[in-house]
Design a protein around this ligand. Structure first.
Ligand code: 8DG
Ligand code: MN
Ligand code: MN
Length: 375
């Protein structure tokens, strides 16, 4: 087995949800390369290939030392031939030709630029590229038909490209708390996603909201959104109603990991001065984003109290960690995990949980804290 510097054995488990993956690790020079290939596979609609590269990268993130030679990779799981070739080339030559040519290819750069627009997915970006478009500017210049999300995405493109800082996330937290407390006292509000995992910056800010009295949370999002609209905080919002129904015979099969909570994908307007000084200022109304203004993507999710632990686990991430949890549940435990419930197909029953710790225990997994779910 793999030995660490002290000659002690490292036992690398094969599912990411069985491992501790810190935010800062020792192999960014390899994982960044593998993640370029993963992203390129996603752009080519090849999910299997993409996940294979992401799993390989994730194993290297969990290593307690920097990889110096191919010897260091002996006995590590999830490293396929292709990933090993890439790693070998980087160790020997300092870079991989495949990775560098991918990074520089016009197709890859155009896909990155166009899917970087809020509201634009791989399919749409691909169609535009086949029509000769390359950048968000091309979309405006050629007067492309855009839906409401994409219009906002183009309008606030450069603002949304800027990383969101933790200070900005705290500021938005204060605004969301003010909104929630004024429409329904006694709610619990949690910062989710990358910030819950300890990241210092993010591409958006994610919140999960619940109320300890089951049922009180129904219709809550609409009230929160009206409050935010009145304060002039929202540059864009799209709210979806809760459509979750618990079936007695177990959860319906679903290809995607999209959950069915009441949710809102939005763009908040912050005043740059406020976002620097750390004090919220929400008194001005209007929906333009002028030079003294900052646009930030915000995701809001409302969960019934009985599903709160599952929602918390599902919205903490990372995306690969979530995927691996569901794969572990299905393949190793004959269970179905979602952000709503955990269903045991052998006993034909739903396993309830009040905390994330209880869900890990139901799954027969050691508890991994959020800061070590950076798979
Ligand atoms: P970042 O914003 O800092 O870039 O990273 P992140 O916070 O980890 O990514 P994210 O895209 O904001 O996603 C946060 C978590 O929420 C992640 O684990 C995936 C999860 N998530 C969505 N959409 C959905 C969804 O529709 N259903 C479920 N169950 N989870 C979702 O982003
Ligand atoms: Mn996020
Ligand atoms: Mn998000």
């Amino acid at each position: 087995p793999e030995l660490n510097g002290d000659g002690a054995e490292i036992l690398m488990k094969s599912y990411a949800c069985q491992r501790r993956t810190p935010l800062k690790h020792h192999n960014a020079f390899l994982t960044e390369a593998l993640e370029i290939l993963a992203q390129n596979a996603e752009f080519n609609d090849n999910e299997g290939r993409s996940v294979a590269f992401r799993r390989a990268a994730s194993v290297l993130k969990a290593l307690p030392h920097r990889v110096k030679s191919m010897e260091d990779l002996r006995c590590l799981p999830c490293l396929g031939d292709h990933s090993q070739r890439v790693i070998k080339e980087i160790l020997e030559d300092g870079s991989s030709r495949e990775v560098e040519s991918t990074r520089q290819s016009e197709q890859f750069q155009a896909m990155k630029a166009l899917t970087g627009v809020f509201g634009v997915g791989v399919r749409t970006a691909d169609r535009w590229i086949r029509e000769g478009l390359r950048t968000p500017d091309d979309l405006i210049r050629t007067g492309q038909q855009l839906n409401r999300a994409q219009q906002a995405g183009v309008q606030y493109y450069s603002e949304l490209q800027r990383a969101v800082t933790r200070a900005e996330a705290e500021l938005i937290m204060a605004i969301v708390e003010a909104a929630v407390n004024s429409v329904l006292p006694g709610c619990q509000i949690q910062l989710m996603g990358g910030f819950r995992r300890g990241k210092e910056v993010g591409h958006d800010v994610d919140f999960l909201i619940t109320h300890p009295e089951e049922g009180k949370e129904e219709g809550l999002m609409l009230k929160i959104i009206s409050w935010l609209e009145e304060q002039g905080v929202l540059l864009y919002q799209k709210t979806t109603r809760n459509s979750y129904v618990e079936r007695l015979d177990g959860p319906a099969r679903s290809a995607s990991n999209m959950d069915r909570f009441e949710r809102c994908f939005s763009i908040f307007k912050l005043h740059s001065s406020a976002s620097r000084s750390g004090s919220a200022s929400t008194s001005e109304s209007g929906s333009a984003c002028d030079s003294g203004c900052r646009a930030v993507r915000v995701d809001l999710v409302v969960s019934p109290f009985s599903q709160f632990a599952f929602a918390t686990l599902g919205w903490t991430g990372s995306k690969l960690f979530e995927r691996e949890l569901r794969r572990w549940a299905g393949q190793e435990k004959q269970m179905t995990l979602s952000s709503h419930t955990l269903y045991d197909s052998k006993q034909n029953l739903y396993l309830r949980a009040q905390t994330e710790e209880e869900i890990f225990a139901h799954l027969g997994l050691e508890f991994i804290p959020p800061s070590e779910r950076n798979a």
